[in-house]
Ligand binder design. Structure first.
Ligand SMILES: [Zn+2]
Length: 468
């Protein structure tokens, strides 16, 4: 590999802005920019003191930064975005196996969530965030549990992760334990309080999203109020839709319409909506998503493990629906590895729609630009361009499992089908180095694991449940 092999255009994709001198220069890497021209080449990435990308320039032509990160032989990609996770569930990995969705929720997940206190919830979030950052995920859309949600934002603030999320809203429906049941007024009041406290905190890195869990756990007045608030205040709406067939039948019995159509009628399938799963949409529901600009969050490993089905990715893309990826929660997949979701999204599309239906480059777009758009951050993250946040991952494709020739097409196929989370070396969020040479700089992993051990034991004890 040498600069002579570069796929770059003679001119770099961006130059220093001049008014934002670099504080860090990442030198010598193959850069997969995901910019409008999808340029791939050997560039220096200049990170400004404001945490944004000051330039992506020909090697050696940028200003000298205060710090240089030698990335020769490595690949720099935009930080991966996961638009559907449940950090509150990370402690529950392996505690809810071999059940379909509704019993999985009612018998295990909801009683466990209801047994959280702020300490165990914070431990769960830090465990999940450690895994996410070490694997190159720099931004998430999270769904919390009903109570103690400040602990999620505190963990995100401490760790450096770019976090959008909110408390789960559950004021109605069968099988909800008393520990999670809330009134409509209390659900809205607590959501509003959290939004006021956390939206825009940590220099804008933390944002609030209204999170009605799914239509079966919410009253119509609650869902209408969420649509009104989110429309008025510019917040995202984050919910689940059309995950399993018995769930959809229950929605149809209550609303006289399938799941996505029911959300659409309530004003919850607009541009600010992120709908996780969408495995079983009717054709007119795909049309609705495309027309109204809602995002689908494809969670292939969770969908496989819960036996839910395979979302029609190629059809969504053909119809112009924005699609992002997500790992869902740790008890449903069972890891928060964006590379696994990328790989599975590509593989499943081949079985479902043909081997050439969705290219590796398109799949990689879902994990970067698609996620950025879903989070309403398309102008800020998702690609490596001057002015955008310096959210990026430095990846080592030099292992035997990822060997290749670094051609442009080849780099996407290796990123999608060969790379694994342990290949990630260094990660930046907003210009801050949060992982350096495979080690977290913001969290002490030993303490994270120790707290997770204690938190998991405490949650099981309070829920009155045994491990499976
Ligand atoms: Zn979920």
């Amino acid at each position: 590999m040498s600069p002579a092999q570069t796929q770059a255009q003679p001119q770099g994709p961006g130059h220093p802005t001049g008014d934002a001198p670099a504080s860090l220069v990442i030198r010598g890497a193959l850069v997969v920019t995901m910019d409008k021209e999808r340029r791939v080449g050997y560039y220096d990435v200049l990170v400004g003191a404001d945490g944004r990308i000051a330039g992506v320039v020909e090697p050696g032509t940028g200003c000298t930064g205060a710090e240089t990160l030698d990335a020769r032989g490595l690949v720099v990609v935009p930080g991966l975005v996961q638009a559907h996770v449940h950090l509150c569930q990370t402690l529950f990995r392996g505690l809810a196996e071999d059940r379909p969705l509704l019993p999985w929720l009612r018998e295990r997940i909801w009683p466990l969530e209801g047994a959280h206190d702020p300490a165990s919830l914070g431990a769960s979030a830090r465990l999940g965030i450690a895994e996410l950052l070490l694997g190159g995920t720099t931004a998430v859309l999270d769904m919390g549990t009903v109570h103690h949600s400040d602990a999620l934002f505190e963990a995100a603030a401490e760790s450096g992760l770019r976090y959008t999320g909110g408390k789960a809203m559950m004021d109605s429906g069968g099988g909800i334990p008393a520990s999670l049941q809330e009134t409509t007024a209390a659900s809205l009041q607590e959501s509003d309080r959290l939004a006021a406290r956390w939206h825009g905190a940590a220099g804008g890195r933390l944002r609030y999203a209204y999170c009605p869990r799914f239509v079966l756990s919410c009253s119509v007045p609650l869902l209408q109020s969420v649509a009104e608030r989110a429309g008025r205040d510019g917040h995202l709406v984050h919910t689940h839709a059309s995950e399993q067939l018995d769930e959809i039948e229950a929605v149809r019995a209550r609303f006289g319409a399938p799941n996505i159509a029911a959300l659409g009628a309530l004003g919850l399938a607009r541009r600010n909506a992120c709908l996780a799963h969408c495995i079983w949409p009717e054709p007119e529901e795909i049309d609705l998503l495309a027309r109204q600009g809602a995002s689908v969050v494809h969670c292939p490993s969770s969908n496989l493990k819960l036996g839910s089905g395979i979302a029609p990715l190629a059809e969504f893309l053909k119809q112009g629906v924005n699609v992002a990826l997500g790992a869902d929660g740790a008890p449903g997949n069972n890891r928060l590895d964006a590379w696994e979701e990328v790989r599975l999204a590509g593989l499943l599309s081949k079985v479902q729609a043909g081997v050439d239906a969705v290219s590796a480059r398109t799949v990689f777009e879902l994990a970067t630009l698609g996620g950025a758009r879903a989070l309403g951050l398309g102008e800020d993250i998702g690609s490596l361009e001057p002015g955008k946040q310096a959210d990026l991952a430095v990846v080592d494709l030099g292992g035997p499992h990822a060997f290749g020739d670094y051609g442009e097409r080849d780099v996407y196929t290796r990123l999608v089908y060969a790379v694994r989370a342990s290949d990630v070396r260094t990660v930046l969020v907003g210009g801050r180095v949060v992982v350096r040479d495979g080690r977290l700089t913001t969290l002490d992993v030993r303490a994270v694991l120790r707290d997770a051990q204690d938190g998991r034991a405490a949650v099981l004890r309070r829920a009155g449940l045994a491990p499976e």
